[in-house]
Design a protein around this ligand. Structure first.
Ligand code: DAH
Length: 339
């Protein structure tokens, strides 16, 4: 009898009706008055006492199986389910596709422009020591130019800080690589500034560094002109203004000509038509020596730019705080952007 129950279990498992009627006759053949289960329960009397427990369990199992089978198949043939069966293998429809953050879009664009002229990407830590962030970059302790960058120190150790610029990565890169060096270092930096529409306590920079024999200021100028044209359009003009950075000598700030067509152009360029986009210069020989590079044999240039600033110009964003709020109404606007 046990083997009979077994074969019924198999039949129930394999049962797949194609109509409501077929399902109903299945139900009757098992649960009806003259069905398999009634006859099994009837023959239960004849089962020897010591086997009753085993048979009882098997019959009950079969009954449960039949009942679950029927209740799972029933909805398929119910009156309000006459349409086609649902396709359970259909891929899920993705109703909202994410988008890249504008900072990532601009960062990638900068990287791809410099990749095309031989620069590779390098990274460094955001929690830095004093030497890599300042001292090696020709900013010894008590140097007044340290005040240019309001620094977050890690309280328990005044030697540890949140990097104030990605120039610290050029130090690390020079320490562990030999010239020729052509590297680009994107990343997040931190400054203890009051948060406003124009400034934030964190932002992103890209640092560039090129070291080889006989690198000159004209190489720097030409590279930056190429970059500006790729980034802002082929008619872009640039100008270099003398400036001061402790780690470069001579140093310059680079402006692009933005124009004075719209009223907003007067506001963002302070009426000059020119906009500053980056700082640059020839790497100071002290910096090369600090990083173990022979400054008699090699020279190089470096530059650094803020990614938010460039993104704000390109997209006409007038409040830096928008970048960090993760408001989908802001982020969604970049979903189809492919700079
Ligand atoms: N580190 C500078 C800053 O954060 C940017 C900079 C200026 C980087 C001139 C350079 C450079 O490499 O040559 O303001």
């Amino acid at each position: 009898m046990l083997s009979k129950i077994d074969s019924l279990v198999k039949k129930v498992e394999g049962f797949s009706p194609s109509s409501k009627e077929e399902l109903e006759s299945f139900r009757l053949s098992y649960l009806g008055k003259k069905g398999h289960l009634t006859s099994l329960f009837n023959s239960f009397k004849e089962v020897p006492n010591e086997q009753k427990k085993e048979f009882g369990l098997a019959i009950n199992n079969l009954k449960n199986l039949v009942q679950t089978k029927i209740s799972s198949l029933k909805p398929l043939f119910s009156e309000n389910n006459t349409g086609p069966k649902p396709d359970l293998f259909k891929p899920v429809k993705n109703s909202s596709i994410g988008s890249r953050h504008p900072i990532s879009i601009v960062e990638q664009k900068i990287i791809s422009i410099f990749n095309s002229i031989g620069f590779s990407v390098s990274h460094g830590p955001e929690i830095e020591d004093d030497w890599h962030n300042f001292t090696a970059l020709n900013l010894p302790e008590d140097h007044p130019a340290r005040d240019m960058q309001d620094t977050f120190f890690v309280q328990t150790n005044p030697d540890v800080l949140l990097r104030t610029h990605t120039s610290s990565v050029q130090v690390r890169h020079m320490q562990s690589n030999k010239p020729p060096i052509r590297t680009l270092s994107p990343g997040r930096v931190y400054r203890n500034e009051a948060i406003s529409a124009r400034a934030h306590c964190l932002f992103h920079q890209v640092e560039g560094l090129y070291i080889d024999e006989k690198v000159s200021f004209s190489d720097l100028k030409q590279t930056l002109l190429y970059f500006a044209k790729e980034m802002f359009g082929k008619n872009t003009k640039i100008r270099l203004r003398p400036s001061y950075f402790p780690f470069t000598e001579p140093s310059a700030e680079v402006d692009i000509y933005w124009g004075l067509e719209k009223e907003s152009d007067y506001r963002i360029t302070k009426g000059t038509g020119w906009l500053e986009i980056l700082g640059c210069g020839m790497v100071d020989p002290n910096v090369l020596e600090n990083c173990g590079i022979d400054s008699k044999k090699y020279s190089g240039y470096a530059f650094g730019m803020g990614i938010e600033r460039i993104a704000m110009l390109l997209y006409g964003i007038d409040d830096i705080r928008l970048f960090y709020e993760n408001d989908v109404r802001f982020l969604k606007q970049f979903s189809s952007t492919n700079l």
